[in-house]
Design a protein around this ligand. Sequence first.
Ligand code: SF4
Ligand code: SF4
Length: 238
Amino acid sequence: MPISNNSFSSLLTSWMQSEEIILWGVADLRSFSTPFAATGQRFPFALSWAIPMNPLIMANIQYGPNQAYAGDYDRVNVRINELAEKLAAGIRDSGFQARPLAASERTDPVTIKGDFPHKTAATRAGLGWIGRNCQLITRTFGPWLRLGTVFTDMPLPCGLPIERNYCGRCTLCIDACPAGALRGAAWYPGLPREEILDVQACDSWKIEHYFQCHKGHICGICAAVCPYGLKLLKKKPV
Ligand code: SF4
Ligand code: SF4
């Protein structure tokens, strides 16, 4: 970067390729309460991308997190934050507003939420849907990923939002959750998180049982058992 004024879209595609990001898109967030840009206007769009977790590590946490998972979680978060800063700087150099959304940052400890849901940007960009485990599920990586988001006012072609879930009759994540925190609701856009996840039950369980892993901030069981993730183990390495 910087991105030229002539072809934001193709330069962005090249940039994503150079960073080996294969799953990304642009979300139209004009009907959402996004953060305010320096112009005083809310950001209308967001770039959303996924960085995969290590599949072998994910497959090994079906009964609880371990230090390998904690390490991979950190590795991916660091990469997401670095990419977000780089991307936002490139967009700003091109004369537009941009603001990264930090990976895994809780700005409201009471509701256990960040400034804006990465998952909302991802579903509106067409990356995937919210599964019964309350995580983004993608065809490419299942839920074995973490998300990056950069808000912007740069005009870019937006993805087709995903408006339904593809969990079918599966309840594996609900059955596996040791905290009984997953309520079984099938996601559709606008469904409150509370209908899918009892966030206090999830959080209390993690603090009580997995404090040795990021002071009880991570678990991963409900992602580890998801068939959309497990099918990655059958893929041949490229
Ligand atoms: S992260 Fe763990 S405790 Fe929370 S919903 Fe998933 S399986 Fe249950
Ligand atoms: S385990 Fe099944 S129900 Fe849960 S998110 Fe994955 S596909 Fe959906």
